[in-house]
Write a protein that binds this ligand. Structure first.
Ligand SMILES: Nc1ncnc2c1ncn2[C@@H]1O[C@H](COP(=O)(O)OP(=O)(O)OP(=O)(O)O)[C@@H](O)[C@H]1O
Ligand SMILES: O=C(O)c1ccc[n+]([C@@H]2O[C@H](COP(=O)([O-])O)[C@@H](O)[C@H]2O)c1
Length: 222
């Protein structure tokens, strides 16, 4: 039975257990923010934007999607199980799930992941979440216009990246569809294309800095 038919059946899934442990539990009508990332390693900045996204975009839940590997990054990340474990330690919140959905779906590109989730979780409203640095690069992603055209996108301020994000190709092309920050709570219910940049208080942590400091033993080269 596909996941889309199961999400209505908490008697089968249980309140928090997803199908085969792949998907967390979700109900039609719920709004779920998806924070994709390498999380190599997860840090307080990820936890901070997740709490802000829950509040500012009025989301029911957020699923972290710990990526098998960013298709644009040449260097491979630390093993997925180590990054998952660290993510679980860093983010403990009753409305946030830590997932490795893409490893199970066999998808790497965000557009493919979102298409699969929309097909399999019918009735669930997904919002793609990202920091300002990712908006600045989004026009390099595979089928980035499909993402903008089909999934509401919530962008959160990040130190040093607010200007590049606002000047980015994606921001310019989709300028007519931008929702003002003060209206951020409507994003999840908005008809795509719709995106919103929120100027939340910023936390300067980054995985790169942690890796450089040598404090992440999961780090490997390939
Ligand atoms: N401090 C932060 N403030 C705002 N957004 C952040 C912050 N850290 C990470 N993000 C966002 O979280 C998502 C996942 O980030 P990622 O796992 O790549 O961490 P990172 O710190 O950006 O890693 P790296 O330094 O290796 O690029 C991305 O959308 C990124 O923009
Ligand atoms: O789909 C793409 O082409 C694409 C290119 C670069 C990054 N992404 C996604 O963007 C998210 C953030 O990636 P990262 O490595 O910066 O944490 C993560 O979910 C990646 O899979 C997606």
């Amino acid at each position: 039975m596909p996941f889309g038919q199961l999400i209505d059946r908490p008697d089968i899934l249980g309140p928090t257990v997803g199908m085969n442990g792949v998907f967390p539990y979700a109900r039609p009508g719920q709004t779920i923010g998806l924070l994709g990332g390498s999380f190599d390693p997860a840090h307080a900045g990820h936890a901070h934007i997740t709490r802000e996204a829950l509040k500012r975009f009025g989301l029911d839940r957020v699923w972290w999607m710990v990526s098998p590997g960013n298709p644009l990054k040449v260097q491979g990340p630390a093993p997925l199980d180590q990054r998952m474990q660290r993510a679980r330690e860093v983010m403990q919140h009753p409305r946030v799930e830590i997932t490795d959905i893409e490893a199970h779906l066999g998808t790497r590109y965000t557009a493919e992941t979102l298409q699969a989730l929309q097909m399999q979780c019918r009735g669930v409203r997904f919002v793609w979440l990202m920091g300002a640095d990712n908006l600045a690069q989004m026009h390099l992603w595979k089928d980035w216009r499909w993402i903008m055209d089909n999934v509401p996108v919530g962008v959160l301020a990040r130190p040093g990246d607010r200007i590049s994000a606002r000047m980015s190709r994606a921001a310019k092309v989709y300028a007519p569809y931008r929702i003002a920050g003060r209206m951020s709570h409507v994003l999840a219910q908005a008809q795509s294309p719709a995106w919103c940049f929120v100027n939340v208080p910023m936390v300067a942590h980054s995985s790169t800095a942690i890796r450089k400091s040598g404090k992440w033993s999961g780090f490997q080269t390939c």
